[in-house]
Design a protein around this ligand. Structure first.
Ligand code: GFB
Length: 323
């Protein structure tokens, strides 16, 4: 375990995007710490608006900021709404990072993403693969905004010596995810498909693409614990990967979800839909060496999120998790 460099005790902590899946998990985890939690609603402060973001930050005066606000979605949403994914995420990142600098926050943790790495990066993907090759076209818009955000953190650190850091979480899943058919990521989409097929007595479910792409999944509660760990223990300019260390094919994931939902029918493939990046497995040695490890195995995590979906799907959210 590396030494604690930043204590949360008595600190004012702002989770930007606290109603999203990641932000909610951070709020649950931070509730166990001796700190004061600050939040603002999306309809009060649109973080794409620089003057609103500045005014909020001047009033709230947080010591620590987690930038978990983002416009997010799965492979089709990324491809269908490139302007929203690029503009919203550029503006949120730039406004929050700049405002944090202006009021002199002690620490800022920016959430980037594993999709910022090149489409054909060597696997597992180490942090130094950043900007070493072309991006996956379906999510280059989101990726460019997330690269800009992490570069802005590095730039402020280099020019002004501030303690801004970036984390690169792998594909996340958990309670509070978006389960909408066309805008969700694969794991919640499969939960919904398997559940509805079982309820309707259908003989098959259809997955997008070939089922061959490999993805690494991390439960959002593990991600939240990693983000807190980095806030406390890490202070340097290099981004840090946050992954579970294991990947599965989409077909294997579908079988896992079908088993959790009790769906025993056929799995069909819609080859008109994109596969995206062939493989995305992070090398997370850097954070593991700092003493963090995930604690929720994929089968257990899928089963618990399936139960969450069954209990809550009537109120599950839409495509965006911006606060
Ligand atoms: O999770 P997903 O949408 O995003 O898709 P990415 C992962 C894989 O699952 C792709 C396949 O190969 C999809 O074709 N898939 C199969 C499905 N069935 C489905 C389905 O019903 N819904 C969805 N959504 N996929 C995202 C980026 O890429 O990764 C985001 O677009 C973000 O920007 C996220 O970075 C972490 O893993 O391909």
């Amino acid at each position: 375990m590396s030494e604690e460099r930043f204590s949360l005790a008595g600190k004012r902590v702002w989770v930007a995007g606290h109603r999203g899946m990641v932000g909610s998990a951070l709020m649950r985890r931070l509730a166990q710490e001796n700190c004061e939690l600050l939040t603002t609603e999306r309809n009060q402060v649109d973080l794409r608006d620089q003057s609103r973001a500045n005014a909020w930050m001047r009033d709230a005066r947080p010591n620590l900021v987690f930038v978990a606000a983002a416009t997010v979605g799965g492979i089709l949403a990324n491809d269908a709404y490139p302007a929203d994914f690029l503009y919203d995420n550029l503006m949120i990142g730039a406004n929050v990072i700049r405002a944090a600098f202006e009021i002199g926050v002690d620490k800022l943790v920016f959430l980037s993403s594993s999709c910022v790495y090149p489409k054909f990066a060597p696997q597992p993907i180490a942090e130094d693969a950043l900007l070493s090759g072309p991006l996956e076209p379906t999510n280059e818009w989101y990726a460019i905004a997330k690269i800009a955000g992490l570069k802005l953190c590095q730039a402020y650190r280099k020019q002004y010596g501030v303690d801004f850091i970036s984390a690169m979480p792998t594909n996340l899943y958990g309670p509070g995810d978006n389960f909408a058919a066309n805008s969700s990521h694969v794991l919640p989409a499969l939960i919904r498909k398997a559940h509805e097929a079982k309820a309707a007595g259908a003989s098959a479910i259809t997955i997008w693409g070939s089922g061959a792409p490999r993805r690494e999944f991390l439960h959002v509660d593990d991600c939240a614990s990693a983000l807190l760990h980095l806030a406390k223990h890490y202070s340097s300019d290099g981004p840090v990967n946050v992954g579970s260390g294991a990947d599965v094919t989409i077909l294997e994931l579908t079988r896992l979800v079908a088993a959790a939902a009790g769906f025993a029918g056929r799995i069909e493939r819609d080859l008109t839909k994109p596969d995206g990046t062939p493989r995305k497995l992070l090398d997370s040695q850097k954070i593991r060496a700092m003493g963090w490890a995930p604690s929720i195995a994929l089968p257990e995590g899928v089963a618990s999120v399936y139960r969450w979906f069954v209990d809550n799907h009537a109120i599950a959210r839409g495509a965006s998790e911006r606060a």
